[in-house]
Design a binder for this molecule. Structure first.
Ligand SMILES: [Zn+2]
Length: 106
């Protein structure tokens, strides 16, 4: 089953099956060595760029600004939720998010 993922309102929302699920303004702690020089970035989400799916994991690339070092850039693919049996499941986005590239390296 394919669940439609769309970026809405000029990057303000990720909608999954026409329901808004992930929005800008969240603070994500993530491991993405290409993003900034911090060991772990603490990024305020400013714009959602592109959604994707890796298995059951819904991922997104977003423009974030790191509140530690000030870097503003586009992240690698970060996990933001899961699709289980065709339904959206939130993941804990207040925990550490591992970028797709860093997960695959392990
Ligand atoms: Zn940083």
């Amino acid at each position: 089953m394919t669940v439609p993922l769309r970026i809405q309102d000029d990057g303000a929302w990720l909608s999954v099956d026409d329901q808004r699920r992930v929005g800008v303004g969240e603070l994500w702690r993530f491991y993405d060595p290409g993003f900034c020089d911090c060991d772990l970035a603490d990024g305020v989400v400013e714009n959602l760029v592109e959604p994707g799916v890796d298995g059951r994991t819904v991922e997104i690339r977003a423009v974030c600004q790191c509140i530690v070092c000030g870097t503003k850039a586009t992240t690698d693919w970060l996990p933001v939720g899961r699709i289980v049996d065709g339904e959206w499941r939130d993941i804990d986005r207040e925990g550490l998010l591992l970028s797709n590239a860093s997960r695959k390296r392990e």
